[in-house]
Structures are given as structure tokens and as C-alpha cells.
Ligand binder design. Structure first.
Ligand code: G3P
Length: 214
């Protein structure tokens, strides 16, 4: 399973890139705004740190506007993937960008049909938002299961990128279901290392050794 980091914060990315755990990065307008930085400069900085796909999201909601932004972003670095929203214009732009050789991540996906449309339009990455479905008492992981099954029936290039990950269980469940990628906030990655019995076990080993060596 590929781990992408869902952040525009360089320190968070560097922390986990140092472990060799970062296969890509996803950003969105909220994550960029949170850092309060120049968009182009930050995407280029991330692309210097991470060799894998780095998603930069368009702000335009119309077809022509999306194309204009996407063609600019694609020039920033060879590993830039352009993020477009799952709308009619987004899918139209995805197809056009696919034909131009620009890699697209279709985001804000919430149904199998939306994922199917994105795959047919040539998306390299499809981003279903599990956390936001859970937030409204729907089953985000059920959608992942259905999309993974749907894509396995065909030979689309698209990979499932599980997004809106809120806790380690989302990552584990996504991996069990065979999703290609999970994009993970640093706070969730931090928690993935932890279990109280691990800490307890280490303490017990050290205590037993200390007694033995007395
Ligand atoms: O990559 C999409 C992700 O940043 C959205 O997460 O928690 O705002 O639903 P969240």
C-alpha cells in the first residue's frame, strides 16, 4: 500500500520522508491556506522532498479555468498531479488533461458512479473521502470496498486513494480492502505506531533485565 501524506507542512513531510514512508503527498486549498504560504513555492518545495505524486488542486470550477490552472501546475515539477473536483467540468477537464499527458487526481468522490466516471475519464488517482461520509453516518469504508471491487472488474489505470482519513483504523481497513493508496495526516501517522501493550511490554522487558543484572 502506498502512503501519501495529506499535508502542505514541510516539517511533517520531512519527518516521515526520513523513514522512507512517504510515497506521495496530497494538498488541497484548505491545507495550503492553513500553512499561509505561496501555493506555487510550497508545491515546488514538496516536490523537491518527495519524488512520488504531489497533488495540487485547481480552484477554478469551470472547464476552461481548470485547464488553464492545470497546465500551469503541471509545469512546476514532473511529479505534480493536478487535483480536479468530481463535477461535470472536472471530468471533462480530466479527459482533456489525460489526452495531454497531465496526470489527474479526481477528488471529492463519494459514490461508485463518481469513481467510475473518473476512471473512464483517465484519472490516475481517485480520491473518495471516507471521513466525511462517516461524519454523516454513512459507511466510508463500504464505498472503498465497492470502488476497489468495481475497478478490479476492468483495466482502468486509476488507483484508489483513500482520503479524509481520520484515524489509524481507516488506514488498516483501507489496506485490508486492497486500496492502492491512503493519504494520511501526520497526526494519524503518529498514532499508527502506538499501542499501550507495546509500551507495557518494553517497560516489563527492561524491568526484568534490571532485576536479572542486579
Ligand atoms: O485529502 C482530502 C482531505 O484533506 C480531506 O480531509 O478531514 O477535511 O475530510 P478532511
Amino acid at each position: 500500500m502506498q502512503f501519501f501524506m495529506d499535508t502542505a507542512n514541510l516539517e511533517e513531510i520531512k519527518k516521515y520522508a526520513a523513514l522512507g514512508l512517504v510515497d506521495g503527498v496530497t494538498t488541497n486549498p484548505t491545507l495550503i491556506a492553513k500553512e499561509g504560504v505561496d501555493f506555487e513555492k510550497r508545491i515546488k518545495e514538496i516536490c523537491e522532498i518527495v519524488a512520488g505524486p504531489v497533488s495540487a488542486e485547481v480552484l477554478a470550477t469551470d472547464y476552461e479555468g481548470m485547464l488553464k490552472e492545470a497546465r500551469t501546475y503541471a509545469k512546476w515539477a514532473p511529479n505534480v498531479y493536478v487535483k480536479v473536483p468530481m463535477t461535470f467540468d472536472g471530468i471533462r477537464a480530466c479527459k482533456t488533461l489525460f489526452d495531454e499527458g497531465i496526470h489527474v487526481n479526481v477528488t471529492l468522490v463519494f459514490t461508485v458512479n463518481q469513481a467510475l466516471l473518473a476512471a473512464k475519464a483517465g484519472a490516475k488517482l481517485i480520491s473518495p473521502f471516507v471521513g466525511r461520509l462517516d461524519d454523516i453516518s454513512e459507511d466510508g469504508m463500504a464505498l472503498i470496498s465497492d470502488i476497489v471491487e468495481m475497478l478490479s472488474n476492468y483495466r482502468y489505470e486509476a488507483q484508489v486513494l483513500v482520503a479524509s482519513v481520520r484515524h489509524p483504523r481507516h488506514v488498516a481497513d483501507a489496506a485490508i480492502l486492497g486500496a492502492d493508496v491512503a493519504t494520511i495526516p501526520a497526526a494519524v501517522l503518529d498514532k499508527m505506531f502506538l499501542h499501550p501493550l507495546t509500551d507495557k511490554g518494553i517497560a516489563q522487558f527492561l524491568a526484568d533485565w534490571a532485576k536479572f543484572k542486579k
